[in-house]
Design a protein around this ligand. Structure first.
Ligand code: ADP
Ligand code: ZN
Length: 606
């Protein structure tokens, strides 16, 4: 075992590196700049925290958010690492005290907001100390292409230039688009960096899409059937956040809300309530989440479809950060598309951009919304869809999404497709998906029986198809652009040029068709026998330790670690230290309390 691995075990309590971590750490230790692009939850922090312990002097970590710095520093201090942060949340006195401590060499890692870098106090400190590494967290903030552009990030290279010796520089982000990556390399002036992009797959996340007729009932049902789990419910508008929170509270759920329309105090209180496990459910707009490192988020429900896949994957990715199984479920309805279009239209044009560029951006946004809608109506593997969107080439079956688990068969749907296209081509733009499905299945409803279509050849032509199967076929035809859907409140279908080409020369059309009867059911997670009452006691102990230390519960131990403690029931400190998530310092600090509790529980049972 080399020193890197030893530190990983002793300080951070993890047995092994995750993909990519080792590579970036070794590059930084060898003095080479790095750019690490890894999805949220992949474990970027350790990539700079660990080498910071091995390099001489101080590592400066530039980070955009106060809450992010605070949590990371708390967690580091809990693990026995000397770390501190400098930002506007400190009083003048605290700030000077921290600078003084830093000058005395008390810290190995200093987190700092970008705006502090060029202040006289921080520059004087940097000139008098060995700054051997500068790491830039959320590095995409340097790019104007990104969503979180932060001008302070542009001063980072100037700051580096003021240092007596150039430190090694690491940049980390979860944003993988080409423009942003190029901006980071150029604007941060990385020197022949090792660029590493790790896979975007998060195997512990279950992806699901539901189209319930009553979204509230669906959400409530989920929350009722997962009573011990904590998670986020994302809504598209502030109004929906308010309404849903109110209903959930009235129904007896422990829920708080978060959106940009609330005053700063309420936002802070609600966020803390959620992070510190006083509230189980956070109902929020997309304003919530950046920089929230709460590892025991075990579900992210989307009450509405977000505007694009990037947002969806980022928000959903806040579930299961500790690696334990978690659910990401989208509650989709056609209205979500209309709301999103409306929001797009409301977006203020940026006066700095030319009309052409604005047009371009607008088209890009519309295309992204379209892709998101394809996801919501997809009848093939959802994970495959997401990963493909991010440029990967995954297998077509993941076994952990609502489509894979609902069972589907791969069929050549060319004949059925031709039947649909012919019918729509000869009728013109008049009807939406629902009417067409009724018609093709030969439904006997009021509306149809009075329509001339009933006497046409298409009526009942696909009567052997289940509704879900036909819906899958329509989704595929739209996705392949053989059909187009009009915009507006009552969208109607029409045949496209590509659709006409298809009719002229039909080709095989492979469709992942839900097996009949279709059901989107997820099997119960395979959990070993776990002593629920013991786990509850362990959680209570963790909470009291956390309160005493003034940190969120997961900073003491994550849920996964507690479950491991519960299952393994260690009897000695040595056994305790073996468990994942337990490092030397935490073992020293907490082993006695937990071993005591386990011992008492054994005595009660004997
Ligand atoms: P990111 O910044 O990439 O979103 P974090 O650095 O916050 O992710 O890490 C996410 C979670 O994964 C944290 O709870 C962290 O402790 C955990 N983690 C990181 N590296 C490992 C590892 N090698 N083994 C197990 N868990 C890890
Ligand atoms: Zn799948």
């Amino acid at each position: 075992m080399d020193q890197q691995q030893q530190l990983l075990r002793e300080v951070f309590g993890y047995p092994d590196f995750r993909p990519g971590q080792r590579h970036l750490i070794d590059s930084l230790l060898a003095g080479r700049d790095v750019l690490g692009i890894m999805p949220t939850g992949a474990g970027k922090s350790i990539c700079y925290q660990l080498p910071a312990l091995m390099r001489p002097g101080i590592t400066v970590v530039v980070s955009p958010l106060i809450s992010l710095m605070k949590d990371q520093v708390f967690a580091l201090v809990q693990s026995g690492v000397r770390a501190a942060y400098l930002n506007s949340s400190l009083t003048e006195r605290q700030y000077h005290k921290a600078l003084e401590n830093a000058r005395a060499g008390l810290y190995k890692i200093i987190y700092v907001a970008p705006e502090r870098l060029m202040t006289p106090g921080f520059r004087a400190l940097s000139a008098g100390q060995t700054i051997s590494m500068v790491c830039v967290d959320e590095a995409h903030c340097v790019s104007q292409w990104g969503q979180d552009f932060r001008p302070g990030y542009l001063t980072i290279p100037d700051y580096i230039d003021t240092l007596p010796a150039r430190p090694v520089v690491g940049a980390f982000t979860a944003t993988a688009t080409h423009e942003v990556k190029e901006d980071i390399l150029r604007l941060l002036r990385l020197n022949d960096p090792q660029v590493l992009v790790t896979g975007f797959d998060r195997p512990n996340l279950y992806f699901g899409v539901l189209s319930p007729s009553d979204k509230y009932a669906a959400a409530r049902n989920y929350l009722e059937t997962h009573p011990d789990k904590s998670g986020i419910l994302y809504c598209l508008t502030r109004k929906t956040v308010d309404e849903v929170t109110e209903r959930l509270c009235a129904d007896g759920f422990s829920a708080v809300r978060y959106h940009a329309g609330l005053d700063a105090e309420e936002r802070r209180q609600n966020q803390d309530a959620f992070v510190y496990d006083r509230a189980r459910i956070m109902v929020a707009t997309n304003a919530f989440g950046m920089g929230i490192d709460k590892s025991n988020v075990s579900f992210v429900l989307h009450y509405n479809m977000p505007k694009n896949i990037e947002s969806y994957y980022q928000e959903a990715g806040r579930a299961g950060r500790d690696g334990s199984p978690a659910d990401c479920i989208l509650l989709y309805s056609g209205r979500d598309v209309i709301t999103n279009r409306f929001l797009l239209e409301q977006t203020e044009p940026n006066p700095d951009l030319s009309p052409e560029v604005q047009q371009q951006l607008r088209r890009r946004d519309e295309e992204r919304l379209r892709q998101m809608t394809f996801y919501a109506t997809s009848h093939s593997c959802l994970r495959e869809f997401l990963l493909r969107y991010f440029g990967e080439h995954p297998a077509g079956y993941c076994g952990n999404c609502s489509v894979c688990l609902s069972g589907f068969e791969l069929v050549d749907a060319a004949d059925a497709a031709a039947c649909v296209l012919r019918a729509i081509g000869s009728t013109g733009r008049q009807y939406g998906v629902t009417t067409w499905m009724d018609l093709l299945r030969g439904a006997k409803n009021e509306k149809l029986l009075h329509s001339p279509l009933v006497s046409g050849a298409a009526y009942g032509a696909l009567s052997e198809w289940e509704r879900d199967q036909l819906r899958a076929l329509f989704s595929l035809l739209l996705e392949k652009r053989l059909l187009a859907r009009s915009e507006g409140d009552r969208p109607v279908l029409s045949l496209t040029d590509a659709g006409r080409d298809f009719l002229a020369a039909p080709a095989p059309l492979m469709l992942h068709r839900p097996s009949a009867p279709a059901r989107a059911k997820k099997p119960a997670p395979s959990e070993g026998p776990i002593d629920v009452s013991l786990l509850a006691q362990l959680k209570a102990l963790r909470l009291s330790l956390a309160k005493r230390a003034g940190v969120p519960a997961f900073v003491i131990f994550t849920d996964t670690t507690l479950e491991k403690i519960c299952a393994a029931q260690p009897k000695t400190k040595e056994e305790f230290l073996q468990l994942p998530g337990v490092g030397k310092v935490k073992c020293e600090r907490y082993a006695d309390a937990f071993l005591d509790l386990l011992e008492k529980s054994r005595q009660n049972h004997s």
